[in-house]
Write a protein that binds this ligand. Structure first.
Ligand code: 2AM
Ligand code: CA
Ligand code: CA
Ligand code: CA
Length: 263
């Protein structure tokens, strides 16, 4: 399997999908809700996922494809070549802000991350990685993450978790928010992961993400030395929903040990 060839294929496919999404703003975007009133999906999410599936199947008919909107087949093992796709990460941003949403894709072989992509559709910015070869922000190589103290860190976290909740001890999250230099919340998990791997954020924490939110990002993380896991410190499971942290390796342990207490 020539990863360089698949990488070129994937990049061209993602840029083409980005063009289609940008042009969708001049047509009707139909908004529906999924599991709850804040869980949104549009015709463009579904059409983009279908575009990826058709494109991949035409060239690589044996590859499996796991997508958020379920337009492909059921995937219940990571055996063989598997694409994990979120056609629009940050659907609420897509609908309300017309920016700050990503296409994110991971390509895995027997569960090992080989290629990872996070594409900021409106900025035209691509973060990508090839396993063992490195990671890039557009054409610029990304460096290994550098040492820093938690006091200097800027972290991505949703404000929800400083209020009493069923998931984590919120008092400890308040301590974390006070300890760090600043917090941000962008509304797209893939965007926050892209910022961590490029040193624009130093950690990102979420209480519930799905494989397609993090698949591409975990491949990029490996190449720059960012650590990604669930909040128990276990490897990310790419077949089911879980908690999530990605962090600069110099603060990862301290955040998990001193500030995260799951209920
Ligand atoms: P999405 O836009 O692809 O659904 C902020 O909501 C971040 O969490 C986004 O990356 C969003 O991805 C993700 N997310 C995961 N599960 C979600 C859910 N059930 N409802 C809303 N957002 C969800
Ligand atoms: Ca969604
Ligand atoms: Ca998502
Ligand atoms: Ca999505």
């Amino acid at each position: 399997m020539d990863l360089k060839v698949i990488d070129k294929f994937a990049k061209e496919m993602i840029l083409e999908a980005g063009k289609r999404i940008r042009s969708a703003f001049s047509y009707d975007i139909i908004i529906e809700t999924k599991a709850n009133p804040n869980d949104l999906v549009t015709n463009i999410d579904r059409e983009t996922e279908t575009f990826f599936i058709n494109h991949i199947k035409a060239t690589y008919p044996t590859h499996k494809i796991l997508g958020e909107e379920g337009m492909g087949e059921r995937v219940d093992s990571l055996e063989g070549p598997v694409w994990i796709i979120d056609p629009i990460d940050g659907t609420m941003n897509f609908i309300k802000q017309h920016r700050h949403f990503m296409i994110t894709i991971g390509f895995f072989v027997d569960g090992v991350g080989k290629l990872g992509y996070i594409y900021d559709v409106m900025r035209g910015d691509l973060f990508h990685a090839i396993h063992g070869e490195g990671a890039w922000y557009n054409n610029t190589p990304l460096s290994k993450l550098e040492p820093l103290n938690l006091e200097e860190a800027v972290i991505g976290i949703n404000a929800t978790w400083v209020a009493p909740n069923k998931k984590v001890n919120h008092e400890k999250i308040i301590d974390l928010v006070k300890k760090v230099r600043g917090t941000r919340s962008y509304g797209s998990a893939a965007m926050e992961i892209a910022f961590v791997v490029s040193g624009k954020l130093d950690a990102y924490i979420s209480m519930r993400l799905s494989p397609w939110d993090i698949g591409g990002g975990t491949v990029i993380a490996q190449e720059v030395g960012a650590i990604a896991s669930n909040l128990k410190g276990q490897p990310c499971n790419l077949l089911s929903q879980d908690t999530f942290i990605i962090a600069n390796p110099f603060i990862y342990e301290q955040i998990l040990t001193d500030y995260i207490e799951e209920k």
